[in-house]
Design a protein around this ligand. Structure first.
Ligand SMILES: [Cu+2]
Length: 230
């Protein structure tokens, strides 16, 4: 028979004893329990030729960055859980203008966020929006300058440039923070969701919106959702 060192025997004895006391650990674990809604957004059909994504081999090649990201979608919870409205910090995010494109093409923010429209081009731009809740017109401004707009109302804000008709972007303004813009592979992740039942929806500029029901269990954990847009 293998002889165990006495120190190891002691550890085994302690762990055996504590395993009969699960109640001691439960409160701490329960207080921190939130869940994650994660998954992927895929597309059933191809989009316009402009959807071509930059490849690693293209880095440094001219013209490639002029293609806006046509695959980006926004995934969000339809109804916000309790506590979702408490942290309106009013941050600032940058929406760049590069090679006569808005970068990113799709931006998702919370109400109270200021968006700085930076001009990184060598030409003038004139950013404006006719959206009902958040209309603005920044006028013409030169390279290197930035002008900011604070978005105080939830909704979808379509953004254009008065000088370059092909320039457009979308800003989704949410009344809560439970949303995510999809990554390069269509992946998304919404963290910090309290236990409960939710409707999770996906929005894309040209594809039909979709919704799924999810439930974050009491003990927290990850829930996976797959969207296929057509
Ligand atoms: Cu422009």
């Amino acid at each position: 028979m293998v002889r165990l060192p006495s120190a190891l025997l002691f550890i085994l004895a302690v762990s055996a004893a504590t395993s009969f006391l699960p109640l001691l650990e439960a409160p701490a674990a329960k207080a921190a329990a939130t869940g994650t809604v994660r998954g992927r957004v895929e597309f059933l059909r191809d989009q316009a030729p402009t959807e071509r994504r930059p490849q690693v081999a293209d880095i440094g090649m001219p013209g490639r960055r002029d293609v806006p990201d046509q695959r980006a979608a926004v995934v969000y919870l339809e109804s916000a859980p309790r506590g979702a409205f408490e942290d309106r910090a009013g941050p600032t995010v940058v929406l760049d203008q590069k090679n006569e494109n808005f970068v990113p093409h799709i931006l998702a923010i919370t109400v109270g966020t200021s968006v700085e429209f930076l001009n990184s081009d060598r030409t003038y731009h004139n950013v404006f929006s006719l959206s009902k809740a958040n209309s603005f017109d920044l006028g013409r401004y030169p390279p290197g300058r930035a002008k900011a707009v604070r978005f105080d109302h939830p909704g979808i804000v379509r953004v254009f440039c008065e000088i370059h008709s092909h320039m457009n972007a979308f800003i989704l303004v949410f009344a809560h923070r439970h949303f995510a813009v999809t990554g390069p592979q269509g992946e998304f992740r919404i963290d910090g969701v309290p236990p409960g039942a939710y409707t999770v929806s996906v929005w894309h500029p040209t594809f039909t919106a979709k919704s799924e029901s999810v439930r974050i269990p009491e003990q927290g954990g990850e829930v996976e959702v797959a969207f296929v847009l057509s």
